[in-house]
Design a protein around this ligand. Sequence first.
Ligand SMILES: Cc1cc2nc3c(=O)[nH]c(=O)nc-3n(C[C@H](O)[C@H](O)[C@H](O)COP(=O)(O)O)c2cc1C
Length: 409
Amino acid sequence: MTLQKLNSIRTFPFTSNPKFKPPGVVNEKISETPAIFTPFTIKSVTLKNRIGVAPMCTYSSANGLPNSFHLVHLGQFAVRGAGLITVEATGVTAAGRISPHCLGIWSDEHRDAFKPIVEFIHSQRAVAAIQLAHAGRKASGGGYYTEGRGFINDVKEGGWPDEVVGPSAVQDFDYLGQPKEITLQGIEDIKEAFSQAARRADEAGFDVIELHGAHGYLIHSFLSPISNKRTDHYGGSFENRTRFLLETIREVKKFWPADKPIFVRLSASDWLETVLPDSSEEFPLHWDLKQTVRLARLLRDEGVDVISVSSGGTSPKQTVPFFEQFNTQFSYEISKEITTSVAGNIRLPSEAEEIIKSNKASIVLLAREFLKNPNWVLDALVELNNLKEKGDEGKKLISWPSQYERSLL
Ligand SMILES: Cc1cc2nc3c(=O)[nH]c(=O)nc-3n(C[C@H](O)[C@H](O)[C@H](O)COP(=O)(O)O)c2cc1C
């Protein structure tokens, strides 16, 4: 579908019909609202429930432009009641993409192509977020299911091997490329690219921007002593390693409206404690929870609203224990300093409910569960309201997508 055609169907007459109900909220007839179905307000933005779609690369773009796949893919979660929809890692520059198939927002053409997606998400009364990213030393990689995860070392195959940069010339996973140490001018250029991306995200109508500071990508690679070996004012001490992120936030804030929230996704740990146990306070060997909590305070003071808690991604030696909810305890600690969202092996509605009830996070994000079941939110509404035994009659008590109500007849 061309952008022009998409734009021509941008009005949603059904949403102005008084019978239209936003999907994924509790019908007031139900006595006690489960915690995950309570609204949550951050600055000017209100989430109708606490369930969000975590950012997920889909490797389905050409030249970084969103297309009808992204509209349908993200739209399916909006129709099915998710409160927050986060667009996947989106390159602030072409060379900042993970793969040639990843989304980007480095031009106004990209901005305009996002507009119909944002408008559709809004039509379902969901909040639209976009993850702004620079892949750093993990750039010029293959799309997961296209070329596989390896490094694309050839321009003819769509890669950009000579433009791959990191804080230092230190390779990440051995299937990735050898980065060059980024220059001071390069740092300035990327901060500028983040701020212009934020401007475009606002102009496209996004409610939230999330800076990708996790999973070994550029921002995380500055934070972690594993990847940051610089000897200038961007490396070494905690203050120096966090400088790039803090300066980027200051640049972004020049263009992102003060009443719209800023999220930052962080890896709370490099998961290297068992491999490099002698981490010292002043000059640690890797990134850990203690530093994340310290950074959380700085981010809060800079005006960041939410830390999206994740972990890992910066070293092949990481030992990620993929037990249930492996990031939730990190989120609990960080939430003592700043509002958090959390993802990581959260599968059941009862688990999500417990996280919100016990203040371990304010928003629960799901990735793989949503891929398996885009109806997760509506199923959770049924389950947590004990409507199962009432069958389809029970489903009528909750806010189902208006267009699909006949499935309950
Ligand atoms: C297909 C896929 C793509 C992903 N892409 C991103 C991404 O673009 N940005 C990001 O921060 N995390 C990404 N992740 C990580 C998820 O956001 C999430 O943190 C992780 O999958 C753990 O959540 P889960 O157990 O609910 O899947 C991706 C995960 C999956 C499964």
